[in-house]
Design a protein around this ligand. Structure first.
Ligand code: BG6
Length: 489
């Protein structure tokens, strides 16, 4: 494979929460892959910072194990592992106190490299970390901070977080991660829309009947019950990941592929969203797998609350009220313990204005489907004549562009969302990160929906393990003469 990797400039990356789940599963294995690809310079430093009393050798051991477990095939017996681990250091730190901060400041002192601080911790610590970075002289103009979701749990808390961070950092120093924006096909969405003449003229309510965005997962809440039960699918997935997908599908062409140009257009979409009435939302909670209740318990058992009213599934109908999209609904759906892991965006075009083939030819519509995961690819359904004798019978066939088949697999360099985004932080490119006003606008749309459930004491509908969600979700589309795409792996 010819690598197109361009090494980034020397950097120091401090990971607060460096012993946590995200750091071990995603951040460090991702950095290791960038190291192997030659993108991470040999003098870059990664400094883990967390509460545990470890020394740098202990931390290296921990990360060695994490990379073996989560780093995939490439990580096994890889001669690059030792030199990579050499670039790791560790500082035991007290985020709310004074312990470890002077030591960290000393490590970071007197270099002129890029400095990035990854807040891989709960949002309740963001303010403490920012304040201490400033107090100990690390919050200068060179510093970049990376913050993880959840970015608040409503508009008020998101505003407060933005205000706290703004006390110490400028907006162009803050990188709010939504890892969906780092996914290959999500970026491809922009390439397809704005790199081709074919689609854009049809990309509006005159030609598009409706759009579906599905992010289906087979996993349950697992060990994250405590966090998840306070969030639910709306806060965990819709307010951020699905909202970002909707923005990229619905936005006007930005003048350039540049951070503020793209984010300005996304913001306009969020601000054009109508409030969602109760009959345009379906919430669900998964049931246990019959006969396997121990391993795959019901949502309520998984979170240890027999009366929990948190949704593990949500389907809703959103409406973007602007010239381009008035009258074209956007159906959003996401859930856990569904029938397959499948994320897909589907653009369903309108019927032809008149069928010259008569009623018996049936109804045929072009459908553009963009698969995010697994099996990334794009399929365009076109209507053709069924081959052979017997008159004019029409069938829909896919014009399929599976990336794995269309491109030589040996030529594709797979870059995980986190790897790409961290390298963007180092490069100083904010295009794929959420701006503060975007996050607030997304909460402003989400809050009234959640408040409505609370005031109505709304109870999510149960749905079967391994299904497509509650039947009411299919019913919501059926009422409008439409149907969801099948959730297939
Ligand atoms: C996270 C959510 O942001 O995204 C999880 O908190 C969810 O609940 C995950 O499982 C899905 O990400 P991916 O990349 O596996 O689709």
């Amino acid at each position: 494979m010819v690598s197109r990797t361009i090494p980034v400039d020397p950097f120091d990356l401090v990971i607060f929460g460096g012993t946590g789940d995200l750091a071990r599963r995603k951040i460090l294995p991702g950095l290791f892959r960038r190291f192997c690809a030659g993108q991470m310079p040999a003098n870059a430093r990664i400094i883990g910072a967390a509460r545990s009393e470890l020394d740098s050798d202990g931390y290296r051991e921990m990360i060695r194990e994490a990379i073996a477990e989560f780093g995939g095939a490439q990580a096994q017996d890889n001669p690059d592992l030792e030199p990579f681990l050499e670039q790791l250091e560790y500082v035991a730190i007290d985020a709310k106190g004074t312990g470890g901060w002077e030591e960290l400041a000393k490590i970071m002192e007197g270099t002129d490299r890029i400095e990035a601080y990854y807040f891989s911790v709960g949002p309740s610590l963001f303010g403490d970390l920012a304040e201490r970075l400033q107090k100990y002289g690390m919050a200068d103009k060179r510093a970049r901070i990376v913050v993880e979701k959840p970015f608040g749990r409503d508009l008020e808390t998101a505003r407060a977080l933005n205000a706290t961070l703004a006390e110490y950092f400028n907006e162009d120093q803050i990188y709010r991660i939504d890892h969906y924006l780092g996914k290959e096909t999500v970026q491809n969405l922009m390439a397809v829309r704005f790199g081709n003449m074919l689609f854009e003229p049809l990309w509006n309510s005159q030609y598009v009947d409706h759009i579906q965005i599905t992010v289906a997962e087979t996993v349950g809440v697992g060990g994250r019950g405590e966090y998840y039960d306070k969030s639910g699918a709306m806060r965990d997935m819709v307010q951020n990941h699905l909202m970002q997908l909707l923005c990229l599908i619905a936005m006007e062409p930005p003048a350039q592929f540049a951070p503020d140009a793209v984010r300005d257009e996304k913001l306009k979409v969020i601000r054009a969203l109508d409030p969602v009435p109760p009959h345009h939302v379906v919430r669900g909670q998964y049931e246990a797998e019959p006969g396997n209740e121990e391993e795959n318990p019901s949502y309520r058992d998984a979170v240890n609350d027999p009366r929990s009213r948190t949704e593990s599934f949500i389907a809703l109908r959103a409406q973007v009220s602007n010239w381009r999209w008035a009258g074209t609904p956007f159906y959003l759906r996401t859930g856990k313990r569904m029938v397959a892991r499948s994320s897909e965006i589907t653009v369903v075009f309108k019927d032809t204005p008149h069928s010259i083939f008569g009623d018996e030819a049936g109804r045929h519509r072009n459908v553009l489907s963009i698969r995010l995961q697994p099996n990334e690819g794009i399929t365009l359904g076109v209507t053709i004549k069924e081959p052979g004798p017997g008159g004019m019978r029409l069938i829909d066939v896919p014009l399929d562009m599976s990336f794995a088949e269309a491109l030589n697999p040996d030529d594709i360099e797979h870059v995980d969302a986190y790897e790409r985004l961290i390298m963007d932080v180092i490069r100083g490119n904010q295009t794929l990160f959420m701006r503060g006003d975007e996050v607030e606008a997304a909460w402003a749309w989400t809050d009234p929906i959640i408040e409505g459930w609370q005031s109505r004491n709304d109870v999510p509908k149960p749905y079967d393990h391994g299904s497509a969600g509650p039947t009411a979700s299919a019913e919501m589309l059926r009422r409008e003469g439409r149907e969801w795409r099948h959730v297939t792996p």
